[in-house]
Design a protein around this ligand. Structure first.
Ligand code: SAH
Length: 269
């Protein structure tokens, strides 16, 4: 009977790099840095897009940490199966509760769920929002479970009190892209990652409105010029124009957000 991996196994603390060799080297946790632990059958998919640009640089600088954990290391028995056929019949395979339970317990660092959310990426979950990204980025870190095939055995979600979060009303083949999207949205809200707190404040959703349009040089392109107010140098007029644009865009594209925004700025007497 194989023994469960020791705490030092299966921990691949990844630095942003393209060299697969580096993936085998474990790096120490950086004290205090926000961290994402990702339970996946495909640890080699990480850091993926997160290893590039702003999130990649921040990862390299230790402003946040990433620890993919290979679910397969927690399978037992001769065949080390991680999945099996669905009870009651039907197509596809289901990830086993016993294997996932061990993987989750391995990732568990004794933090309360408020300080360290445990999330299963799932189309049945609560739709992911900027508010959630803010909540996750304020925690000490997060543990994400990536499903594959038909999904995971329901019992593990109940027994470990796993929160389900969806990227949207569509079905992906696995949770890894969703996990990377969630991590990206949380990491860019960490202090010192974007290096420009103002750009976060003006952004879509932060104010409850969609963001105004942007323009840059050249001043004229294919006969289209930049709206005059933006080149007027009149800051108050620029701000008013942007607010108007934000409101108009939100009203036409997202009536749901517009209604919520109006509720907020004009509370009922
Ligand atoms: N049979 C499931 C879909 C499984 S898709 C159902 O109908 O609900 C396989 C895995 O991809 C899921 O376990 C989940 O981890 C991931 N996934 C698929 N769509 C997703 C979405 N919209 N948001 C987050 N994760 C998703």
């Amino acid at each position: 009977m194989p023994t469960p991996p020791a705490k030092s196994h299966g921990r691949l603390s990844i630095k942003a790099t393209q060299k697969p060799r580096e993936l085998l080297q474990s790096t120490p946790d950086i004290a205090g840095a926000w961290k994402a632990k990702v339970l996946t059958l495909y640890p080699e998919m990480f850091p993926g897009v997160l290893g590039h640009s702003l999130t990649g640089r921040a990862l390299q600088e230790g402003r946040w940490g990433l620890e993919p954990i290979d679910i397969r290391l927690f399978a037992r028995g001769k065949h080390r199966n991680v999945d099996d056929t669905p009870a009651g019949g039907g197509a596809g395979m289901v990830l086993r509760a016993d294997v996932l339970g061990r993987a989750i317990d391995f990732a568990d660092n004794g933090q309360r769920r408020d300080d360290w959310p445990l999330v299963y990426l799932s189309p049945r979950g609560k739709p992911f929002t900027q508010q959630m990204a803010q909540r996750f980025s304020k925690a000490r870190g997060i543990t994400l479970l990536c499903g594959r095939f038909e999904g995971v055995d329901e019992r593990v979600l109940e027994a470990r009190q796993v929160e389900e979060v969806s990227l949207g009303d569509f079905v992906l083949t696995g949770g890894e892209i969703a996990a990377q999207a969630l991590i990206d949205a949380a990491v860019r809200l960490l202090p010192d990652v974007l290096g420009n707190a103002e750009s976060i404040e003006a952004e879509s959703f932060s104010s409850g409105l969609l963001e105004h349009p942007h323009y840059t040089r050249p001043a004229e392109w294919e006969g289209r010029s930049i709206p005059g107010v933006l080149t007027s140098g009149h800051h108050a007029k620029v701000a008013a124009w942007r607010q108007e644009q934000s409101e108009a865009l939100t009203k036409s594209r997202r009536p749901d957000l517009w209604a919520a925004y109006q509720q907020r700025i004009k509370p009922k007497k």
